[in-house]
Ligand binder design. Structure first.
Ligand code: DP6
Length: 356
């Protein structure tokens, strides 16, 4: 049976959603193993939203490993891809040496062809590498019949990818060991925990970011004393407070921490030398809008966070979504050709008036 099936390609397709960090990861203590200078916490989106779909085929007739990203062939020798492939094959070999025949899995010597597509702009600061590497590692694991803890492998593809291995609220514990064995993602609460929580993505620009996260955080580690202070003295306390806010479903506390942490992350970018600017004037208008909205109601109903790009991610509760959508439509009118303001905020939006 096993021999027969091995003549045909073994094909597995999986999807993985992006995650949005509310306590940001920015800075590595080990570049190769991707070990962070602080722990971080994120919310994983649902599978049917912003996601990567990856298909891996393995066959004894393939001559070499190959990868296509959004239809274009990419360099499989990239060290991060190689780390993920190597680690999955190592676990598969271990599993077989331990006596598990892995009947459902592919031959260890077989090469793989990987096809990965995102249903959202790649590298525009929308966590594409997180979904991408999480999906790659999970799909490869299925192909090679590997089970168990995989976030440590996804982390070696892209740091934030380890958090997309779990749904709901996920922390990436920075760990202490030099070999990174304790630098893993862990679910804090499942996706069912806070069903009223909503996430809206306002795309201000779908262009590639000018400075990628990897090189940006490298320069920040080398030059920003604010980042050192943040990692050592701010982020640890915020992790504790954020986990508490999530567990208690305390939106006001969750929102304030989220906004402060986003602001501090972008302050460390400005403190980097030369400085890095991820926020645009549209991002700043969204920040102003959120604060005005909250103060208009005298309670915190909205929170924003921005990753390495100008696109705003808004957290709110279900009951406030219809009104907030109207507010966004009012201040950032949809483009006539698409009308999808959530997916395409026009950059030439009107200035915010003094009042809401
Ligand atoms: C701002 O995970 O993309 O989104 O580990 O170098 O691949 P590498 O970086 P990456 O950085 C993400 C940075 C962030 C914050 C976050 O997601 O925590």
């Amino acid at each position: 049976m096993l021999e027969e099936s091995m003549d045909k390609p073994h094909i597995v397709t999986c999807t993985a959603p992006v995650n949005i960090a509310v306590i940001k990861y920015w800075g590595k203590r080990n570049e190769e193993l991707i070990l962070p200078i602080n722990s971080s916490l994120s919310v994983t989106l649902h599978q049917d939203q912003l996601k990567t779909t990856t298909t891996v085929a393995s066959s004894r007739s393939f001559q070499e490993d190959q990868i296509w990203l959004n239809g274009k062939e990419e360099d499989i020798t990239h060290p991060r891809l190689q780390s993920c492939l190597r680690e999955i094959r190592r676990l598969a070999r271990k599993r077989r040496n331990d006596g598990d025949s892995g009947l459902d899995s592919t031959g260890l010597s077989h090469k793989v062809h990987i096809c990965s597509v995102n249903n959202f702009p790649t590298a525009a600061g929308l966590a594409s590498s997180a979904a991408g590497f999480a999906c790659l590692v999970y799909t490869l694991a299925r192909v090679f019949g590997v089970e168990g803890e995989l976030s440590g492998i996804a982390r070696q593809g892209s740091g934030s990818a380890c958090r997309s291995m779990y749904g709901g609220f996920v922390q990436w514990i920075m760990g202490q060991k030099d070999d990174g064995k304790d630098s893993l993602a862990q679910q804090v609460e499942p996706e069912t925990h806070w069903p009223e929580l909503r996430i809206l993505v306002l795309v201000a620009s779908a262009e590639r970011k000018p400075v990628g996260s990897t090189s940006g955080m490298q320069t920040s580690v080398q030059t920003s004393c604010l980042l050192k202070h943040r990692a050592e003295s701010v982020a640890p306390g915020r992790m504790v407070e954020m986990i508490e806010a999530v567990r208690r479903k305390n939106f006001a506390a969750f929102a304030e921490l989220t906004m402060k942490d986003s602001n501090q992350f972008h302050a460390t970018c400005l403190d980097t030398y030369p400085p890095i600017f991820y926020l645009s004037s549209v991002s700043q208008q969204v920040i102003t809008l959120v604060h005005r909205y909250n103060s208009y109601y005298g309670e915190t109903r909205l929170a924003y966070t921005f990753d390495a790009g100008p696109n705003a991610v808004i957290f709110t509760l279900q009951q406030h979504v219809p009104e907030f959508v109207q507010v966004v439509q009012h201040f950032f009118p949809p483009e006539t050709n698409g009308g999808q303001f959530i997916k395409g905020l026009p950059v030439n939006c009107t200035d915010l008036p003094e009042e809401l």
